[in-house]
Design a protein around this ligand. Structure first.
Ligand SMILES: *Cc1c(COP(=O)(O)O)cnc(C)c1O
Length: 582
């Protein structure tokens, strides 16, 4: 029931092999078909995937990105394998008497169309663990997953714990064995963050074990491994002890030279996985221009690591109202690859009329209300946003740097903006399990809303933020608020969903938003937080007034689409990766 709206999104794969050749030619990579093939695919390793319709729930943007990479690969017919765990458990939240309750549900891969392939073994110091290898093929792409009943859920246990290391070892070594099992040899390995590092070790070890000279094997592995970083500070990364490696990692490595190489990466008996990752991956990328510039990583000799910037994109056909996608295609704004058209792109965007925008947003609002009808707010009631009301939204994981509380700094001011403009405000979020600080901040917010008659009527909190809510709010909200502390968002993708669906973005100049000039959207800046709050309220007023005035509405929607459609396009992201890799 819950999945229905999401699954309704249909894929329009490209028509023919000629189309694929044309795409490769369009990105000037004619020979790509020789580098990537079904048995030599693009292999994308990730500890997190966010694809509910395929039974795998993630935690946030990292997982959404992985799912979208696969969807884009499927659409563009790129041979692609997503190697990821299938978690037998997932965590959820609901509200009861204004309290947030965590609960867990069990998942069975058989229910999501996965096929059992075989088992592979992972060794530990005291024995072996058998992992089930399961797969699901979708066009040129496939999910290849490892799982077992005690695998647990995503991010269970502390970071740096034995269980996390066990999950990462299973994904790396187990996933690599799984790849062999289904007859594939990686054309390229992309490591989506360092939790996937052991996939590169497995490859290196295989090469050395099969007789290749150690240094040659290192060079070979380096050339074919891309490490994508999403984090800003190396210091924030988990550390593991040498004895944890003795128990979980070393038993899986056959070659003594590989083991020695890895042992040398410990300092005072501790290791951060980024240290060996940057050595084994010659290709390294960050996820926005700003992030690639400011990510502060050093190699073992203290030299700063350079990252190539490849800004995240979204799979547009998943996250955009189908009627809006048709509109972009029919009006020659996007081509059949979902890339902005080369000629007349700006002219065509500038022809979008306020009437069309309002009509399409109206359809989006209907879809949002469908979704809201089976979700509940902090009081346990479904929410309905009238067609003629303006809707602001703030939807993200509740983490401090994203500042979900910012618009509530001056409750009277917020109430006035909402009431004067007949506006509602939806706050959708998810507190990371065990984050007691953010949980308390959320509770304080909910009590504040409860105590204020206008806010109580117009502000709705929706727990258990997930893809369905992310999609629904992008379709149906008029203006979205994105206010990370500048410098702390690596990229962010929910703002992309909002722009793709013709919403007006109010944002700090951070992450992928900062790929384009600050006058491309309603920017929130200031020397300190008080000034930012002031700007935020001012821009909320500007957004509300723009929706009451055709000229301003067209001005902002045109500006955003011209600036960001190519940034947003997942096909652009795939093109950038392929260009960097080959
Ligand atoms: C799009 C999406 C994200 C990405 O969020 P950012 O805060 O922009 O990184 C996270 N979670 C869900 C459920 C999403 O749909």
């Amino acid at each position: 029931m819950q999945d229905q709206n999401f699954n309704k999104q249909v894929y329009h794969p490209l028509d023919s092999v000629e189309d694929v050749e044309e795409f490769y030619q369009a990105i000037r990579r004619e020979k790509l078909t020789h580098k990537l093939a079904p048995e030599r695919p693009y292999c994308y390793w990730t500890i997190e995937t966010y694809d509910k319709s395929n039974g795998i729930r993630g935690g946030g943007g990292l997982g959404v990105l992985a799912a979208d990479m696969r969807r884009v690969a499927e659409q563009l017919q790129v041979p692609f394998v997503l190697v990821t765990p299938f978690y037998p458990w997932e965590s959820h939240q609901r509200m009861e008497n204004m309290e947030q309750i965590d609960y867990h549900t069990e998942k069975h891969y058989q229910d999501f169309g996965f096929n059992f392939v075989d088992t592979v073994n992972i060794k530990t110091a005291t024995g072996a663990v058998a992992l089930d290898v399961i797969e699901k093929r979708l066009g040129s792409s496939r999910f290849l997953c490892v799982t077992e009943p005690n695998f647990g859920e995503l991010y269970s246990g502390e970071s740096g714990s034995d269980h996390r290391l066990y999950q990462e070892v299973s994904l790396g070594f187990g996933g690599y064995k799984a790849l062999k099992l289904v007859g594939c040899r990686p054309g390229i390995i992309q490591l989506n963050e360092v939790a996937t590092f052991f996939a590169a070790v497995a490859r290196l070890d295989e090469l050395v074990d099969s007789g290749m000279d150690f240094y040659e094997a290192v060079v070979y592995t380096r050339k074919h491994t891309l490490y994508t970083n999403h984090t800003l500070v190396q210091a924030a990364e988990a550390t593991f002890h040498y004895d944890q490696f003795e128990r979980y990692v070393f038993p899986n490595i056959k070659s003594t030279s590989v083991r020695r190489w890895l042992s040398d990466k410990f300092t005072d008996g501790m290791i951060r996985l980024s240290t060996p990752t940057v050595e084994i991956a010659e290709l390294r990328s960050g996820v926005s221009k700003l992030h690639a510039r400011v990510a502060n990583y050093h190699d073992i000799n203290g030299n700063k690591i350079k990252f190539k910037s490849i800004t995240n994109g979204i799979h547009m056909r998943t996250w955009t109202l189908p009627e809006i996608m048709d509109y972009y295609h029919n009006n020659n704004i996007l081509d059949k690859f979902d890339l902005p058209t080369i000629r007349e792109f700006e002219e065509n965007v500038n022809k979008i009329s306020a009437e069309d925008i309002r009509h399409l947003k109206g359809l989006g609002r209907e879809k949002l209300n469908d979704i809201l009808s089976h979700r509940t707010d902090q009081y346990g009631n479904p929410v309905f946003i009238p067609r003629d009301a303006m809707l602001f939204d703030f939807k993200r994981r509740f983490v401090d740097y994203k500042r979900p509380w910012l618009p509530f700094t001056d409750p009277e001011r917020l109430a006035k903006i909402l009431q004067e403009n007949n506006a509602h405000y939806i706050l959708a979020g998810r507190v990371h399990m065990g984050d007691t600080t953010m949980f308390k901040k959320l509770m304080d917010l909910l009590h504040l809303i409860d105590s204020h008659p206008i806010l109580k009527e117009r502000v709705h909190y929706l727990p258990d933020y997930d893809e369905e809510l992310g999609l629904g709010l992008s379709l149906g909200a008029n203006s979205s608020i994105n206010t990370p502390i500048v410098g702390l968002e690596a990229c962010g993708t929910s703002w992309m969903k909002d722009i793709a669906n013709m919403g007006i973005l109010i944002s700090t100049h951070d992450g992928g938003v900062a790929d384009r000039p600050a006058d491309s959207y309603l920017t929130v800046d200031g020397k300190n937080e008080a000034q930012e709050v002031e700007e935020l309220y001012r821009q909320m007023d500007v957004a509300a007034k723009a929706w009451q005035n055709d000229f301003d509405l067209e001005y902002w929607i045109h500006k955003e689409l011209i600036a960001y459609l190519d940034v947003i396009s997942g096909s652009r992201m795939m093109r950038d990766y392929l260009n960097y890799l080959f």
